[in-house]
Design a protein around this ligand. Structure first.
Ligand SMILES: NC(=O)c1ccc[n+]([C@@H]2O[C@H](COP(=O)([O-])OP(=O)(O)OC[C@H]3O[C@@H](n4cnc5c(N)ncnc54)[C@H](O)[C@@H]3O)[C@@H](O)[C@H]2O)c1
Ligand SMILES: N[C@@H](CCO)C(=O)O
Ligand code: NA
Length: 439
């Protein structure tokens, strides 16, 4: 039964006091009165825990009890809910989650890595104990997309869910894009460092730039959208490490922007899940999602296209989602963590990406000598790829020239075959780059 008039405070233990943990403390302090009205009771942090007690975190921690051994929190009667903001798929976060849920303690987390790998088990534990497992902050930061998919879109058959799921990558791509446009190009490493300083990046930023973080989030979204079991291992992942300034410039010249897109589609052939850089046409809303913004598009059979947009990373937006979950716990508003009982989730086999039909951008760095274009064209012809346009930049350069091709729509396996046909050719100075086009 919904308990809108709970007066006793909701007593919170907060584990992890980094970017997000600090944001949660500040938000609960700043908006305390408003939150109490909305939640039906004050939400009070009573206990805190992190690795280093003596670190200056820029917030006053003196009102809270410091706990060295976080494992004691699961069974304490004076704590109503535990919030985990440590991170990491396994290790102490997972131990804490299992302990809390097994002991019947509601659990709130921002940890998409843990959910992507262990979400099914944790949802089963929560279900067995009849307690909340909430994770709004884990996908697209402050955007209420878990609520949107779990509740708002629950009546729909979803055909496709996709979007920009990593703020760090989007910050890097769009900052480089704007710098290039303004004539002051900036390097990848410099912009990544800036994203780290702004609190967007994971503890290990390779999770961001190699697409793993977006894949964690996509795994969760796909399960919610299609009612399927979480299957992180089936996500094909390519990050943005190999996207270069020249690709950003070519994309702009062709009328596109490059974004790291996570996409999941459920069809008769199986479940397709992929994270990769895509060329997004300027008339698509994702082309205008800049900086640390994230966006998620879901296509439902009755609602049509839903578009969620907002800040996907950083202390404030992420804290906003964590505290929204706490308000839900205070209201006793929760249900199945994965939008249906665990036993109702379907197992779905991965789809064959080679059969997907779409257009692609191919970039080659090649020797500037007669016959090279013909060699590439022959490979596309023999693989059944039809060329829509082709550009060559630079001439007589010792370090080679850039050839960019946009294909007509065709099966992706044909693009793969083109590259296989060219593999080992001494005309190619670098591994070619393929970027699929969002249509
Ligand atoms: N930063 C963001 O924008 C953002 C957004 C959404 C979700 N998240 C997720 O939120 C979580 C926290 O991220 P963050 O950016 O605040 O990280 P952070 O590195 O800034 O903070 C991590 C905190 O956990 C503590 N910690 C780490 N290992 C510990 C251990 N073994 N025992 C006890 N404490 C430990 C650290 O002392 C620190 O206080 C992660 O799961 C992350 O993926 C972050
Ligand atoms: N590192 C993540 C944080 C939000 O989950 C990002 O950049 O999107
Ligand atoms: Na969210």
């Amino acid at each position: 039964m919904t308990n809108l008039h709970r007066h006793a405070p909701l007593r919170v233990a907060l584990v992890g006091l980094g970017t997000v943990g600090g944001g949660v403390i500040r938000l609960l302090q700043t908006n305390a009165a408003l939150i109490a009205r909305r939640a039906g009771c004050p939400i009070q942090i009573v206990a805190i825990s992190a690795r280093d007690r003596n670190k200056d975190r820029g917030v006053d921690l003196s009102p809270y009890e410091w706990v060295d051994d976080m494992t004691t929190l699961a069974t304490r009667d004076d704590i109503d809910v535990v919030v985990e903001l440590i991170g990491g798929a396994d290790g102490p976060a997972l131990t804490l989650a299992r302990q809390c849920l097994s002991a019947g303690k509601p659990f709130v987390t921002a940890n998409k890595a843990m959910l992507a790998h262990h979400g099914l088990d944790l949802a089963a534990l929560a279900e067995k104990a009849g307690v909340a497992l909430k994770y709004e902050a884990a996908v697209a930061g402050g955007i209420p997309v878990i609520k949107g998919m779990r509740e708002g879109a629950a009546a729909n058959e979803i055909s496709r869910v996709y979007g920009i799921l990593n703020g760090t990558c989007n910050y890097i791509l769009t900052t480089m894009e704007k710098a290039k446009e303004s004539g002051n190009p900036r390097g990848f490493d410099e912009v990544l460092k800036e994203a780290q300083e702004l609190g967007y990046a994971e503890a290990d930023p390779s999770f961001d730039i190699d697409g793993v973080d977006a894949a964690h989030k996509l795994t969760i979204l796909a399960s919610l959208a299609f009612g399927t079991e979480l299957d992180f291992d089936a996500v094909a992942i390519t990050g943005i490490r190999h996207v270069i300034a020249a690709d950003i410039a070519e994309a702009a010249a062709l009328g596109y922007r490059i974004r790291l897109v996570g996409m999941a589609e459920n069809g008769p052939d199986g479940l397709f899940q992929r994270v990769h850089p895509m060329l997004v046409p300027l008339d698509h809303p994702l082309a205008h999602v800049d900086g640390s913004l994230n966006a998620v598009v879901a296509e439902g059979n009755f609602v049509g296209r839903l578009f969620f947009q907002g800040r996907g990373a950083g202390d404030g937006p992420t804290a906003s989602a964590v505290v929204a979950d706490l308000i839900d716990v205070a209201r006793d508003e929760y249900g199945d963590a994965l939008a249906m009982p665990v036993a109702a989730l379907a197992q779905q086999k991965p789809a064959d990406a080679g059969k997907r039909v779409g257009r692609a951008y191919l970039r080659f760095k090649v020797q500037d000598r007669p016959g090279v274009l013909a060699e590439i064209a022959a490979a596309t012809r023999d693989a059944g790829v039809s060329i829509e346009s082709m550009i060559q930049r630079g001439a007589n350069q010792a370090d080679g020239v850039l050839v960019a091709i946009v294909t007509h729509a065709g099966e992706e396996r044909c693009v793969r075959e083109t590259l296989e046909r060219l593999a080992g050719s001494d005309s190619l100075l670098q591994t070619p780059m393929v970027i699929h086009i969002l249509d």
